[in-house]
Each structure stands twice: as C-alpha cells, then as structure tokens.
Design a protein around this ligand. Structure first.
Ligand SMILES: Nc1ncnc2c1ncn2[C@@H]1O[C@H](COP(=O)(O)OP(=O)(O)OP(=O)(O)O)[C@@H](O)[C@H]1O
Ligand SMILES: [Mg+2]
Length: 217
C-alpha cells in the first residue's frame, strides 16, 4: 500500500529544478521526514545507464521512437525498483522530472503522436501516477542563459532549438491546465528565494494532506 507521496519537479531546461529540489530536500530533512531523491531519466543503476545513452551528444542520429522507448524503459525500471517500494515504506519521493516531461518534449515539442506516447507511458507506469507535479515555468531563452552561466557543456537535449523548447514549455502549461489537481505551476522567473518559498508551501500542504496524524517534528 502507498503510504508516502511523490512530488515531481519539472519544467523547462534551466528553470531551476535542481536548485529547488535541493531546498525541498533540506526542508524535509529539517522536518525529520524520510525522503528519496531521484531523477528521470535515471534513478536506478539500469536507468542511469539508459540516461547516458539518451543524453549522449555524440549520437545525434538517435530516432525519436528510439528515444521515446528508452525513456519508457528507464521509467519502467525506476518505478518498480525504486519509487513504489519507497512509497510503500511511507517515504516521500522527489523526482527531478517524470512522465509529464515525456508528453512535453516528445509529443508537444517533437510531435510524436499522443496515442503512442500514452501507450509507452502506460506500459512503463501501469496505473501509477505521482501525487503532484510542480512545474517551474520559464521562458526557455532565460533557461538557456542560466544553463550557460552554470559553465557546463550542453547535453543532446539541452542543445535543441528555441522553438522546440517553446513548444515543450507550452506542453507543460497545457497539461497543468488539463489536470489542475495534479499540477502546480510556479513562475520560475522570480528570485530563487521566492520560487523556493512557494515550492516549500506546496510541499508542506502535501505533507499535511498525506500525513494527517503529523510527523515527528
Ligand atoms: N530563480 C532563479 N533565478 C536566477 N537564477 C536561478 C534561479 N534558479 C536557479 N538559478 C540558477 O540557474 C542555473 C540553472 O539552475 P538549475 O541547475 O537548478 O536548473 P535546472 O532546471 O535543474 O536545469 P537543467 O534543466 O539543466 O537540469 C543555476 O546556475 C542556478 O543557480
Ligand atoms: Mg537540473
């Protein structure tokens, strides 16, 4: 039985996902709540190996369908090996990206048809759904500036055209509009402190909802 809950932090490249997640992890630890931090693609040994294949900048010849199925394979392993067991143990799971990213990037941005993507996601997830998707919404141009200022090279998916990234952004917003119970959009153009404060408020509301008897703090 699922006793914990899963919060996904998602959104445009460079929107501040990793920054927010670090703040959420610190907040949970401070409250004495056990948390499992993870990411997609990745999260398990097998899924991290698949991640390396997906993000490898030396293989631009990867077809869209290959990419989609690799994401699905990584997710199937991730959910069964790591996420569901952690939730059954009453832990909080925080993931840097999850299934909403597949809809945004592979469907809205790359144009793979929705039925195919829904099928792959269903095969990977069964009836599993995260409890909340926090979407950090930011103009991709601003996101790219942030990534560049981080001083690392761009991976295969970050090095995409701006138009593509704009469509992915719209994909997140459409999903949020269609499922307001499971999506919360935060304006990521705000300062780090503002974004984190709003993200922590969301996390605290999830804690109150899922642990009504309280936590040991
Ligand atoms: N609200 C903010 N305002 C200004 N800069 C920010 C903000 N949030 C994060 N940054 C900075 O922008 C850069 C990208 O942030 P971060 O790595 O958290 O984004 P990300 O969404 O995880 O990126 P990626 O998609 O590459 O994983 C970092 O240098 C970070 O310090
Ligand atoms: Mg990141």
């Amino acid at each position: 039985m699922r006793k914990g809950f899963m919060l996904v932090c998602d959104g445009s490249n460079g929107a501040g996902k990793t920054t927010v997640i670090a703040g959420l992890e610190a907040h949970l630890k401070q409250r004495g709540i056990e948390v499992v931090m993870t990411r997609e693609p990745g999260g398990t040994v097998i899924s991290e190996k698949i991640r390396e294949i997906i993000l490898d900048p030396t293989t631009p010849e990867m077809t869209d369908m290959t990419e989609l199925m690799l994401f699905g394979a990584a997710r199937a392993q991730h959910v069964r090996e790591k996420i569901v067991p952690a939730l059954e143990q009453g832990k909080v799971v925080i993931s840097d990206r999850f299934d909403a990213a597949t809809f945004s990037f592979q469907h809205y941005a790359r144009g793979l048809d929705l039925a195919t993507i829904t099928t792959i996601n269903q095969l990977a997830l069964g009836d599993f759904k995260p409890d909340m998707n926090l979407i950090l919404d930011l103009d991709p141009e601003e996101g790219l500036k942030r990534v560049k200022s981080r001083g690392e090279g761009l991976d295969r998916l970050e090095d995409e055209k701006q138009q593509f990234l704009q469509r992915a952004r719209e994909g997140y917003l459409v999903q949020a509009e269609n499922d307001p119970q499971r999506f919360t959009v935060i304006d990521a153009s705000q300062t780090k402190a503002q974004v984190l404060e709003q993200s922590i408020a969301l996390l605290d509301s999830l804690i109150a909802k899922h642990f009504p008897a309280g936590v040991s703090d």
